[in-house]
Design a protein around this ligand. Structure first.
Ligand code: ZN
Length: 119
């Protein structure tokens, strides 16, 4: 019975889609969490990188209030996507990189183990 329901949902086009972790941007988005295996909206946390402080120091030497500008406008911030359910970091992007570092392995990317478990 439940299997029929799933098929019907797919036929009517009411398929729920999520964003692949590697394509996450700076905003929160719906993803499949590889850790708790739930569909969640990520919580974005922007953290200052070393460059934020370097820029702050540089502006401090040249202007008076400029010190806080890099923090206010979030210059050179690294972006972390947290799972809203289990709170683990599912994706991370450095301020100077375009690629997103994906944390955790999705089910379809896992492979069958070739070796026996370690004692
Ligand atoms: Zn999770």
């Amino acid at each position: 019975m439940s299997l029929e329901k799933t098929e019907n949902t797919e036929k009517t086009g009411a398929v729920v889609t999520v964003t692949p972790l590697r394509l996450l941007g700076d905003q929160s988005d719906w993803v499949d969490c590889p850790f708790c295996r739930r569909r969640v909206e990520t919580r974005v946390e922007k953290k200052p990188s070393r460059m934020t402080y370097i820029a702050g120091t540089a502006l401090c030497l040249t202007t008076f209030l400029g010190t806080f500008v890099p923090c206010w406008y979030k210059w050179y911030y690294n972006v972390d996507h947290h799972c809203a359910n289990c709170d683990r970091i599912v994706a991370h992007r450095e301020y100077n990189k375009k690629e997103v570092e994906v944390l955790g392995t999705l089910e379809h990317e896992k492979e069958v183990s070739q070796y026996p478990a370690a004692p």
